[in-house]
Design a protein. Structure first.
Length: 356
């Protein structure tokens, strides 16, 4: 049997997902409620970074916040009465059915997206299983929120431009204090640098491979860390002092990055439609480790990172990244000064955070 080209397979899957979503990228808007909710209930599909960076980071005294883990809790009749409700990315069908049944007892019902979820299945850089799962969840959520949802919030100006016809509102990510340890209180040791991507960043991981090899060959004291599974471990096998840490759940990752200090963090972002709609949360992840950051001179970083002040922006040329990484690892004082400025910017930016 001849092998089906991946582009054709993705196109077929996209059509299936669109049918499940009644061919709509986002749910049809229902009527606005007569009165706003007395509090905000955030329906979170587990303990995930999206909920922390976009909701737990915002303390609005006029709108008390309650986070509901929809994977750990079953919906009970009346449990959301009088609340504005935000669905973060997707929710189990029993929670979505509850919203439909009890719509008149609720305030606003909002769908929040921090990725271009309708486009995930056609994003060639994403692993197919991840893309299909993401699109299926989004399609199911949209279908069950038709006529129930009356607002959509998105994480980036790019998503706001793409879905402006739906009247979407912007909710950018904010820094939040993850624990008692101040990222500025412990100095990193040595020439420790890292990239923490996921399976959704496989192109960036492959792109970094020759960069890491060249830097590690040039600096005998440098230690590099990357996150990944067996495929990543095999890819970086043989590079001196390069270690691979396993993928971690969000609480475990927070604890690790608060207690494993680094000098330099990387956030490469190869140009694609899906990547241009991402947000700049890696700025927070890198800063939390006590590290300075190098970021691609593209969206989402080019419009946020102040080059030379809160991070270093670099064109996506591998030779340029090698040269900049070597310069930074040889100048720990500059890295620490930049990280302190980045931390100050993150904290100042979070002060004025409110909900739409």
């Amino acid at each position: 049997m001849p092998k089906v080209p991946m582009s054709i397979l993705r196109g077929s899957l996209r059509r299936v997902v669109e049918l499940c979503a009644s061919a709509k990228a986002l749910p049809a808007m229902g009527p606005r409620p007569p009165h706003p909710g007395r509090s905000l209930a955030v329906l979170s599909p587990g303990v995930i970074p999206s909920t922390d960076y976009y909701f737990r980071s915002r303390l609005d005294p006029g709108l008390p916040l309650r986070i509901v883990d929809t994977l750990a809790q079953r919906p009970q009749p009346g449990c959301l009465d009088g609340c504005d409700v935000v669905v973060v990315r997707h929710a189990p069908s029993d929670w979505l059915h509850l919203l439909a049944r009890e719509r008149r007892a609720l305030g606003r019902v909002v769908l929040f997206m921090d990725d271009d979820l309708p486009a995930a299945v056609t994003a060639g850089e994403l692993p197919l299983r991840y893309a299909l799962r993401t699109s299926w969840r989004h399609a199911t959520t949209c279908r069950l929120l038709n006529g129930v949802c009356n607002q959509i919030w998105v994480s980036t100006p790019e998503l706001q431009r793409r879905y402006g016809q739906f009247g979407v509102q912007l909710l950018p990510p904010l820094w939040f204090e993850a624990g008692a340890v101040d990222p500025a209180s412990v100095e990193p040791v040595g020439q420790d640098w890292f990239y923490h991507g996921t399976a959704a960043h496989r192109r960036e991981i492959e792109w970094l491979l020759p960069i890491v090899r060249e830097v590690q060959d040039a600096l005998p004291q440098a230690n590099f860390e990357i996150a990944g599974g067996d495929a990543v471990r095999m890819m970086f096998k043989g590079i001196p002092r390069a270690s691979v840490c396993p993928p971690l759940g969000w609480p475990q990752y927070l604890a690790r990055t608060m207690n494993h200090r680094k000098l330099l963090g990387l956030a490469p972002c190869l140009d694609s439609s899906f990547n241009r709609a991402r947000s700049h949360v890696k700025l927070f992840d890198i800063t939390r480790t006590g590290a300075a950051g190098i970021y691609s001179r593209l969206e989402p970083y080019a419009g946020v990172v102040q080059d030379g002040k809160t991070g270093w922006l670099c064109e996506n040329r591998q030779a340029d990244w090698v040269a900049l990484i070597l310069r930074c690892l040889r100048d720990a004082e500059s890295c620490r000064a930049l990280q302190a400025r980045a931390l100050g910017w993150c904290r100042d930016d979070a002060i004025a955070g409110r909900f739409p």
